[in-house]
Ligand binder design. Sequence first.
Ligand SMILES: [Zn+2]
Length: 294
Amino acid sequence: MLLFRGAGVEVFALTEREGPQRRPEELFPRFDRYLAANVLARMPLSAFAPATGRLMHTYQSFLLRLNQQVILIDTCVGDNKARPPHFGYPKFDWPRTFKQTGITFEDVDHVICTHLHVDHVGWNTVLQDGKWVPTFPNATYWFGEEECACWEAQVKAGDDLAGRIWTDSVLPVIAADRARLVPMNHRFSEAIRFVGAPGHTPGMFRVDVDIPDGKLIFATDIMHQPLQVRLPEWSTVFCTDGELAVRTRKAFLEEVADSGAILFPEHFAFPVAGRIVSVADGGYAYQYLDGQVL
Ligand SMILES: [Zn+2]
């Protein structure tokens, strides 16, 4: 699905799953009924389903055609992988929406993994004759050094899920000699920079893309939900260091507010893209490109 088209750039969303998922009290340890009520009341159905009290949650990747290059940012949960039951939903939407873009797996030049959580690395590999092989045969895959080091430490410590992710979605790419491990704040090209955004995981980074008339920011999991723009103190149960995630989120909101930068937060539902704007109470809000403010 095309989300954005500008000078020399197209951004597509590849959606693996979209729909209601957890209740806010399950996702946010700092949940407060009264604070939440205020914010949720202004959320559209694409962000919150009041009938069930569940937040909408999207698993998606972003596919960019930028000048002559094809870049894929994060790769969802993937297929045929031994994962917790919660990730057992059908996966055919991802390859289907990929195909609709007119771009093939062979066309992908770069795959960028912002962090190594289960829902960001899955389509890195596919099962071929009982072996995991890179899905994008001609691509270079980019990983954060710090993130990989922390993952290796978890695997050594016996973490089962981390071990599976590392073994089926990262190691085969390294073995095929298609991986590049880079430090935080790596300058990928003249226009693209990986900017450290630690907290959700220790080595997570966002991807900033300069375009002729502005800036696109692939904001990964700095925010999981539009609600966190209004309530930046709320980290999720999935954040490794919730306090650091709060500091990263607040600094990020302050940096990009009213700058015109267009954000693509990875778990926001369609139409995804928007900007951070200041609001009268001194905080921030999320404004979709069509002008709607959450
Ligand atoms: Zn995620």
